[in-house]
Design a protein. Structure first.
Length: 452
């Protein structure tokens, strides 16, 4: 019996990949429509974003934007909350709404055949939400309970203290987007109705539609579904701007949780947004190399070598304007001081540069996983709506990935050192009695202890 030897095929480098480009149009009522054909994705993803600034909330009603978003699907002029939920269930439609620092975003996923019905329900939530008194009370009570739950969670408590310490106290970014106990307790239905009237309308809005749209006249379906949405009282949002840092040099805030068996560490500095003049390309690669995987610099030491943590991640986190570089995770309580010492040391030595192996690994990971990250209609719609919120060009991902392929140590080190100056804002959530002296001995700046 003879066998045939088949030559081993050559493995070629992957071809450059491009983020899809949409068909673009504008509806009669001013909505920018971006249509992405994603063959085989029969659950269509819709993303409707309306420019919105949290700085436009009344100071004593902060969180009203988030509460308005949570109430949009709790009944409309045509349907009660229960009826609306039943209609969504019949069509297999899922709807969610939230606010960011730059926009209100309403997300809808629906089977293609029910797209017209979904658009009509979407119009009702945007144009004629009922805001029933009972539902308003329920959502506000739920937010107050949520705040208490967040206080009990070390990661949430650390994140809240970090924003309060990183940004100037006059900045809206320094306070919770969904409001505080004082502002939520002061809020009522009239506040929600008024905020909706003044700040949610089609002016400046963008609708992203992504999925298998073969045979669907998207422009016509959208015009029929959303064409009746108007709001003559809609006030344009205050343009986004980077939040002002608190300043004051390096400092540590120790949030006291007596008896805690773990400590939550957060180390941060203000950072760029994706429209940074020097280009965004270095920052996702830097995130991966420094703290984006178990083999990155942070976990290679703190997890693999020392066993202090299950994992700590570092990332550049862009806002609509401005951003931050945050490294965060939990460590064993008895290793807190040494873990913090090593973490700051690792982040600092990254200013000295990166090896060719690290750079190749980082670039390959970010560039070559892009097709998988954006393989679904949901992911395409999410990214396209983010581009709209941030005012970025539609080919942003494609040009950024191309720029990543050209990155070298000089470009990466320059980008990193532009942000990482060594003036860290550090938040530690843990047992202050056992940690304070050791942390003060690290010389990371003055240590302030606050209650959990």
């Amino acid at each position: 019996m003879s066998t045939t030897t088949v030559p081993r095929p050559e493995v070629a480098a992957p071809e450059p990949w491009a983020f899809p480009l949409p068909q673009e149009s504008v509806t009669d009522n001013g909505i920018r429509l971006l249509t992405y054909a994603v063959p085989g994705q029969y659950v269509v993803s819709l993303r409707l974003v309306v420019p919105l600034s949290l700085t436009d909330e009344p100071a004593d009603r902060e969180g009203v934007a988030a509460m308005t978003a949570r109430l949009l699907d709790e009944g409309t002029a045509e349907h009660s909350s229960e009826e609306f939920a039943e209609l969504m269930e019949r069509t297999g439609m899922v709807l969610g709404a939230a606010v960011t620092d730059g926009a209100l975003s309403v997300d809808v996923d629906v089977p293609q055949r029910f797209l017209p019905q979904a658009l009509d329900l979407l119009r009702q939530t945007l144009a004629e939400p009922a805001f029933p008194q009972d539902e308003v009370r329920r959502i506000l009570r739920s937010r107050l309970a949520e705040i208490e739950q967040e206080r009990a969670s070390a990661p949430h408590r650390a994140a809240r203290e970090l924003t309060a310490t990183l940004w100037a106290p006059t900045e809206r970014a320094s306070r919770p987007a969904a409001g505080t106990p004082a502002t939520i307790s002061a809020m009522g239905r009239d506040d929600v109705v008024e905020f909706h009237r003044r700040h949610i309308g089609p002016r400046g809005a963008t609708l992203v539609v992504a999925g298998d749209l073969d045979g669907v006249d998207v422009a016509d379906v959208v015009a029929t579904g959303l064409g009746g949405w108007t709001n003559p009282d809609h006030v344009p949002a205050t343009p986004a701007r980077p939040p002002v840092p608190a300043g004051g040099g390096a400092r540590v805030v120790l949030v006291d949780r007596p008896g805690s068996v773990q400590s939550e560490l957060s180390v941060a500095v203000p950072g760029p947004d994706r429209s940074v003049a020097t280009g965004w390309a270095p920052y996702p690669v830097l995130s991966f190399m420094v703290g984006g995987s178990p083999s990155a610099r942070v976990d290679a030491v703190l997890r693999e070598d020392k066993g202090y943590t299950y994992g700590i991640r570092a990332a550049f986190r862009p806002r609509a304007r401005g951003g931050s570089f945050v490294t965060a995770g939990s460590v064993r309580a008895d290793a807190t001081v040494d873990a913090l010492r090593l973490l700051v040391e690792i982040l600092g030595t990254a200013r000295e540069g990166f090896s060719q192996a690290e750079i190749r690994s980082g670039v390959d990971y970010v560039v070559q996983t892009a097709p998988g990250r954006y393989a679904t209609a949901d992911a395409v719609a999410d990214e396209a709506s983010a581009l709209a919120i941030e005012g970025l060009p539609l080919d942003f991902q494609t040009t950024t990935l191309a720029a990543m392929r050209e990155l070298d140590d000089a470009a990466l080190t320059t980008a990193y050192t532009d942000v990482v100056t060594g003036e860290w804002v550090v938040v530690v959530v843990g047992d202050a009695a056992s940690l304070r002296e050791g942390i003060e001995g690290l010389g990371l700046g003055p240590v302030t202890v606050v209650p959990a």
